[in-house]
Design a protein around this ligand. Structure first.
Ligand code: SF4
Length: 82
């Protein structure tokens, strides 16, 4: 699965539900999927369902490298705290 970090609002819901999959990226304050096999499919689906802005997506495994390149190119800025 893949987090569209440009849309993520940093609410941390997904990281609380699927603790082995999503972590909050410390500099940007946005969620990132660090593993593809860390939690059960049901658990990951629950995390996806809990996302208020629907920015977590199931994607084919082979799409991940190009999505990661895209993320680097986006050069996201940190969200303001508070
Ligand atoms: S639930 Fe959605 S908006 Fe909230 S941190 Fe996770 S990906 Fe970001």
């Amino acid at each position: 699965m893949w987090v569209d970090e440009s849309t993520c609002i940093g609410c941390r819901y997904c990281a609380h539900v699927a603790t082995n999959t999503f972590v909050m990226e410390p500099d940007l304050g946005r969620s990132r999927a660090i593993r593809q096999d860390g939690d059960s499919t049901d658990c990951i689906q629950e995390a996806i369902d809990t996302c208020p802005v629907d920015c977590i997506h199931w994607v084919p495994f082979e799409s991940l490298p190009s999505l990661q390149q895209q993320l680097i190119r986006q050069n996201l800025q940190a969200r303001p705290q508070g």
